[in-house]
Write a protein that binds this ligand. Structure first.
Ligand code: BES
Ligand code: MN
Ligand code: ZN
Length: 490
């Protein structure tokens, strides 16, 4: 997809569709356009085809022209970032449903921030054009490529052109990063194994001067004494991999942001086996790791001047004769011992060793991303991810990045009253804290391995994918992570 910015006379730009945000009162470009079309727009508004409310859209075919259309998107009541994003996403969805190949997006009527709006337009158009790509092993069919080839973001302000261009490049990279994460998430677990993720991470680095990928085998993890991580892969025929992707976009002395992404390519629960209903969705238990690969993809595309290290502990959680049993005690890389009371609380067991490993990169900040607990869905639903952090400034920065990107998070406490629930009679800690506050006790467990740096944990079990008829990965939390990383570059 090609994105450009322009402030030329609107009707002189050659395109086969034009997207316009407006309320029921037509103003500025909407009014001009209506006049040049002899009132075609206002008559439809009057007839009640279009109310102008946020989230609504209407495609108008221009009489006398072949295949040209105006896509109206309602902007009334769009007075929050969240609603403005909803308007833009409605426009992108309506556009992608048409056969348009070149669109002009009128950057007017919604916000004064052209850079932000342009970034959201590019991101939403990219995300709306995602189609699941079956791999040759599962299908011979290839999805048809989207008809849309280019989008011109039009702004009435010539002075905003540079900002708009920057926004387009950034937003497109975020949208593509989301799509990379979605594709990996949607792939079935018989294809998307730890080895497959490792090969994708290696492919990412190919020909990229700023990027290096290394993959640690189980033998190497054993040498590092990652007894906790290896206890999860023990019951699987697929070997675990520890994937490390380094993106160096600025001088080596700048301490990196380290992203640690949970990648359980399939979570059966292990010996603490999950019930059968809906278990297929546990192929999405690698979405944290997939979001790290999505971020790396976006950084490469955008060439941001930042240093980021991605660490992805990748494994299956399966029950075979070698599998870890409830009551088993293992020793983590940190030296702390863990009594595994429930083998289904496996995410924290792979993350804890990855968090210990993260310290060797002398991080400025470590953020882990994990589909960690069903409990976070009970607490926050599918709207927002859980945020837990040992640093208030970092938590505030992430809350702000969540709002700006529309990919929101909400903070929960890490108090010691919760941490005490992890007490074990047979080890330094148990891997579960009982039936209450499951998201918090899971994070308290992780916090014990993240004591030497600023750390935040995103529990994305509710936001990384949607269930039901629209089942599919969402690409979250790539937008908030990119927003946070970009805010550090400035
Ligand atoms: N991957 C799951 C969390 C999950 C469950 C995500 C449902 C999305 C939907 C995780 O490994 C898990 O099984 N967590 C357990 C923890 C419990 C055993 C303390 C859970 O949430 O039930
Ligand atoms: Mn589990
Ligand atoms: Zn899991």
């Amino acid at each position: 997809m090609d994105f450009t910015a322009s402030s030329a006379t609107l009707l002189n730009i050659k395109a086969d569709s034009l997207i316009l945000a407006t309320g029921s009162q037509l103003e500025n470009s909407a009014a001009d356009l209506d006049k040049s079309l002899d009132g075609a727009i206002s008559s439809l508004v009057k007839a009640g085809d279009f109310s102008g409310q946020a989230g609504e859209s209407l495609v108008i075919h221009i009489p006398g022209s072949t295949g040209k259309r105006i896509i109206l998107i309602g902007s009334e009541g769009a007075n929050t970032v969240q609603r403005q994003i909803k308007v833009i996403e409605a426009g992108a969805a309506a556009l992608l449903k048409t056969a348009s190949s070149k669109a002009v997006w009128v950057g007017e009527g919604l916000t004064e921030d052209a850079e932000w709006e342009a970034s959201m337009v590019a991101r939403s158009v990219q995300a709306a054009s995602y189609k699941y790509q079956a791999v040759p092993e599962t299908s011979a069919k290839k999805p048809k490529p989207a008809k849309l080839k280019s989008v011109v973001y039009w702004t009435p302000k010539k002075s905003a052109l540079t900002a708009a261009k920057n926004g387009l490049i950034y937003g497109a990279s975020v949208g593509n990063g989301m799509n990379v994460a979605r594709q990996l998430g949607n792939l079935p677990a018989n294809i998307c194994t730890p080895s497959y993720l490792a090969s994708q991470a290696k492919a990412l680095a190919k020909g990229q001067a700023k990027v290096t990928t290394s993959v640690l085998s189980e033998a190497e993890m054993k040498k590092l004494k990652m007894g906790s991580l290896l206890s999860v892969s023990a019951g699987s025929d697929q070997p675990a991999k520890l994937i490390v992707i380094k993106y160096q976009g600025t001088k080596a002395s700048v301490k990196p942001t380290v992203l640690v992404g949970k990648a359980v390519t399939f979570d059966t629960g292990g010996i603490s086996l999950k019930p059968g209903g809906g278990m297929d969705e546990m192929k999405y238990d690698m979405c944290g790791g997939a979001s790290v690969i999505g971020v790396m993809n976006a950084l490469i595309e955008n060439q941001l001047p930042v240093n980021v290290v991605g660490i992805i502990p990748a494994t299956e959680n399966m029950p075979n004769g070698h599998a870890t049993k409830p009551g088993d005690v293992v020793t983590s890389m940190s030296g702390q011992t863990i009594e595994i009371l429930n083998t289904d609380a496996e995410g924290r067991l792979i993350l804890c060793d990855a968090l210990t490993y993260a310290a060797r990169f002398k991080p400025d900040t470590v953020i882990d991303i994990a589909t960690l607990t069903g409990a976070v869905i009970g607490a926050l639903g599918k709207v927002t991810a859980g945020l837990l952090s040992n640093d208030d400034e970092l938590a505030d920065a992430l809350l702000a990045s969540g709002t700006k990107s529309g990919d929101r998070v909400w903070r929960m406490p890490l108090w010691e009253e919760y941490d005490e629930l992890l007490k074990s009679n047979f080890a330094d800690m148990a891997n579960i804290g009982g039936p209450q506050a499951g998201t918090i006790t899971a994070a308290c467990f992780l916090a014990r391995f993240a004591k030497t740096y600023k750390w935040a944990h995103l529990d994305v079990a509710g936001t990384a994918w949607v269930s039901g008829a629209q089942k599919g990965a969402t690409g979250r939390p790539v937008p908030i992570l990119m927003e946070y990383i970009r805010s550090k570059a400035n």
